[in-house]
Design a binder for this molecule. Structure first.
Ligand code: PHE
Length: 460
């Protein structure tokens, strides 16, 4: 174990790093579409309630475990009880799973950023067929690997510089920049004229009839992924937090920022989509096919395209470094390695695990990994398999984290940590306890069963 453990240099530094972890691809391409097509403002209200009742308490639980134990996620849970060490182990495993495919998508974003930079000087270099451009990029053998290397290299460079000097410093630069880029994009999008305002109503029109139990459950899963919960990420970041910092307030601010950016991303995307009268498609298609086509039609579009993909790169990078740090903190403390050696080794291993994902989107490994009949994980290529696997592992992790805090570590210990030994306040302690001990585990159980399609039988 390290003799002198690193710390964030300030509470703001921690908040920006943790918000950086939370704000990522999940906010920018998944949330806007989910909200827009599942009831607009009604979905946003439901999502806010979930963030409030589940996101904030689970985040507080994770941070308090990390800060008390001052160890990586695995050893934190092992110290609480060796029987429950697997909860931390699951988190470390999740770090591998998520980062390996996240980096591939981060790599695509780097490629697009460069394409738009080139197009600023040579507009003819950007093909009109953006769907073809995307298929060509992700189906190639060489490019997805090259950009995956670049993205992982950037993560490694940041993380090997340590907590305050690497992760915190990078987040302090990238998060405010991301915010400014997002505001510029929103202004551009809202001022396109035509039907731009229809994009705003697509996002904000309340339609409570769209809130089916299935939508509710999807919102719960989205909250976990988007807030980086359930895999010890906040345990790890919490382990570098100063003893006297306010956990309740920090968790509330991080969750608030994450939700704000998700809603703002919708305001950046949909007005443009409606101004140009295109179908608001979902997922990768929206960001890598629809939007590039729009940028080509708007004045100074290549410039705004470059800004938008820089924004995505920053969002993805600050999330990716938190994933790398979960595995890295474990490797440093488990194998007693210096940080720089560990970061490089872990980074390379995750890069290698990501190769099958990089080659699975039209490349040589495009076949389905598991047969169709396997629930959730079957019938999809490697990258999608990894993504579905993480959708499953996060709620499972969150479920066990709540149980460990409530029944093994016990609330008195959590309360001591959250209230800084009684010297600070722990508002709504009773509510926190009921949520973490009973309501959240039950809610997660429902999400998890839904993943296996149990509820589809009832709620079709
Ligand atoms: N929260 C990140 C996003 O929204 C993804 C992530 C999940 C990061 C889990 C860390 C841990 O893109």
């Amino acid at each position: 174990m390290e003799k002198k453990r690193s710390q964030w240099s300030s509470n703001l530094g921690f908040i920006l790093a943790a918000a950086g972890s939370a704000i990522g691809l999940g906010n920018i391409w998944k949330f806007p579409y989910m909200a827009g097509s599942n009831g607009g403002f009604a979905f946003i209200i439901i999502y806010l309630i979930i963030v409030l009742l589940i996101g904030i308490p689970v985040m507080m639980a994770e941070i308090s475990v990390g800060r008390k134990m001052r160890m990586n996620a695995y050893d934190s849970f092992r110290t609480i009880s060796s029987k429950w060490a697997f909860v931390g182990g699951l988190g470390v495993l999740c770090g591998f799973v998520i980062l390996s495919f996240y980096s591939v998508i981060g790599g695509w974003s780097i490629s697009y950023f460069l394409k738009f930079i080139v197009a600023i000087f040579n507009p003819a270099s950007m093909p009109a067929d953006t769907a073809g451009m995307f298929t060509e990029l992700i189906g190639d053998v060489f490019q997805p690997i090259l950009f995956h290397i670049l993205f992982m290299a950037a993560c490694i460079v940041i993380v090997l510089k340590g907590i305050a000097g690497g992760i915190e410093k990078a987040s302090k630069f990238m998060m405010p920049t991301l915010f400014i880029l997002l505001i510029i994009t929103i202004i551009r999008s809202l001022t396109l004229g035509g039907n731009a305002m229809q994009g705003v109503s697509f996002l904000f029109k309340p339609d409570f009839s769209a809130i089916t139990p299935k939508v509710l459950l999807a919102a719960l899963g989205q909250a976990f992924f988007s807030l980086s919960l359930g895999m010890g990420c906040l345990v790890t970041y919490g382990s570098y937090l100063k003893r006297e910092d306010n956990i309740t307030k920090s968790a509330a601010i991080i969750c608030g920022l994450d939700t704000l950016i998700a809603i703002l991303a919708g305001l950046a995307i949909f007005p443009a989509v409606f101004a140009f009268k295109v179908e608001p498609g979902a997922g990768p298609g929206l960001v890598f096919i629809t939007l590039p086509a729009l940028f080509q039609q708007m004045p100074f579009g290549n410039f705004f395209g470059a800004l938008f993909f820089l924004l995505i790169i920053f969002a993805a990078l600050t999330s990716a470094i938190s994933l790398l740090e979960v595995v890295n903190a474990f490797a440093i403390e488990k194998f007693n390695m210096p940080r720089n050696v560990s970061t490089i080794i872990v980074g390379i291993v995750i890069f290698l695990v990501g190769i099958p994902s990089a080659l699975s989107q039209g490349g040589p490994l495009s076949g389905n990994l598991l047969p169709d009949w396997v629930p959730v994980l079957g019938g999809v290529p490697f990258l999608d398999f990894m993504s579905n696997l993480s959708d499953m592992l996060l709620p499972i992790g969150g479920f066990f984290i709540c149980l460990v805090v409530a029944y093994v570590w016990k609330f008195d210990n959590a309360a001591k940590e959250i209230s800084v030994d009684g010297s600070g306040r722990f508002p709504m302690r009773k509510a926190f306890e009921i949520l973490v001990a009973v309501l959240i585990p039950i809610a997660i159980l429902i999400v998890f069963l839904n993943i296996f399609g149990v509820f589809n039988v009832f709620f079709q």
